[in-house]
Design a protein around this ligand. Sequence first.
Ligand SMILES: Cc1cc2nc3c(=O)[nH]c(=O)nc-3n(C[C@H](O)[C@H](O)[C@H](O)COP(=O)(O)OP(=O)(O)OC[C@H]3O[C@@H](n4cnc5c(N)ncnc54)[C@H](O)[C@@H]3O)c2cc1C
Ligand code: SF4
Length: 472
Amino acid sequence: MGKVTGFLEIDRQDRRYAPAADRVRNYREFVIPLSEAANRDQAARCMDCGIPYCHNGCPVNNQIPDWNDLVYNGDWKEALRNLHSTNNFPEFPGRICPAPCEAACTLNIIDSPVTIKTIECAIIDRGFAEGWVKPEPPAKETGRSVAVIGSGPAGLACAQQLRRAGHEVHLYEKNATPGGLLRYGIPDFKMEKSHIARRVAQMEAEGVVFHCNVHVGVELEIAELLERHDAVALAGGAEKPRDLPIPGRDLDGVHFAMEFLPQQNRRVSDEPLGNVMPILAGGKHVIVIGGGDTGSDCIGTSIRQGALSVTQLEIMPKPPVHEDKMLTWPNWPLKLRTSSSQEEGAERDFSVMTQKFEGRDGKVEALHCIRVDAKMQPIEGSEFVLKADLVLLAMGFLGPVQDGMIETLGVDLDQRGNVLADTNAYQSSRDKVFACGDMRRGQSLVVWAIREGRQCARSIDKHLMGETNLPR
Ligand SMILES: Cc1cc2nc3c(=O)[nH]c(=O)nc-3n(C[C@H](O)[C@H](O)[C@H](O)COP(=O)(O)OP(=O)(O)OC[C@H]3O[C@@H](n4cnc5c(N)ncnc54)[C@H](O)[C@@H]3O)c2cc1C
Ligand code: SF4
């Protein structure tokens, strides 16, 4: 523990955002890092708790008190080594994680948790700036070969771990560039894509072979991969969106969020859109249905595109502004959170059910809604109509797309339609086929995907070699 009285002497200070009026003019990241001295002070607040709840709150079990102490003592290089021992890509959660570790921190009992996410991000950003992050090719080859399908955070972590264990690793991705939802879902203003590119370069230097623009089950038969490789890891995500089957759903201007967001990410990266109709929010009244991360990303993107107004609707009631700590800590509390995108100028409305879309000449013009009570039953007489030129459906995902690869493989699915595999072996019902990330657990968080990718790699290594040194 660095400074015994740090938490008593130093107030919590976190990264700030560039002003909304400036940041909405472009798609760049806008979080302003703390200085080295401020990060050191913040690390000094860590109490090195006897039971570090932060460590359990973190899905990759980051050794948080250890690297807080190292940052406090100025040993950033060792802090980086420690951070990498539990997470291949800390710069991703360091930017976009909701930070369940901070909710679990003992100092969150008084609403001032250690700024764990900020310190994590500072360690890895410094590591890259100093040139400490280097390719780590394996010392020897095992002669075994693995196909990883899907290059989101789960597939990337799984592939990197397997390659470092000495296996030949081929990563198949249906899109033009790797990254999964990090690349095509999460907007650049939350995480610029250069962070993915430098990890891909690192992995290529380690010997991972990327095959982009290959849709397994469509352009390449899964049977061929099973024949070519000693094991296959399914890391294809949970891409099936929840629909809103109400009258007028087929009107022009009503789209899934994941029809809208990838287009803008491609524009920012100068990647051709292909044969799709551009969906743009400029000059429109935009309604976003759904209150999670995806909804927020639709808001921030619409505002940057020049929307006239953005309204976000949520069927659930407005949660309390402040949680009851005695009931919730150290777990993730349900409370009203305002994302940076919501701050930029969206109207939010809760306990609202959408009834029908109204349009003219095949184009959406309005959305008919009704308020619901605590049991989500419509309240008679509370109907209202919103002007709508563009409606984005962001109501979550129903699991992996099953046509093609999954159907052909015939693997067992769980009750929610995800690939059935436990979190010890990550083994599907088919021999030598494993599954991890959203494809196994359903739509979740980047940090959970990284955890599952790492643990799945360990299980595959053990399956291939009879033993493994990879960490869980
Ligand atoms: C818009 C949006 C915003 C989000 N924001 C956040 C956030 O701020 N913080 C956070 O922690 N989480 C966020 N999430 C959730 C997070 O992105 C996911 O939980 C995470 O990316 C899952 O990782 P994954 O590797 O399992 O799958 P994905 O990231 O979905 O990657 C799967 C990859 O597999 C590829 N693939 C699928 N099938 C095939 C096939 N047959 N052949 C070849 N390739 C295939 C896909 O093209 C994709 O690239 C967000 C999700 C969305 C949709
Ligand atoms: S719970 Fe908070 S104060 Fe305690 S060890 Fe973890 S980061 Fe430090």
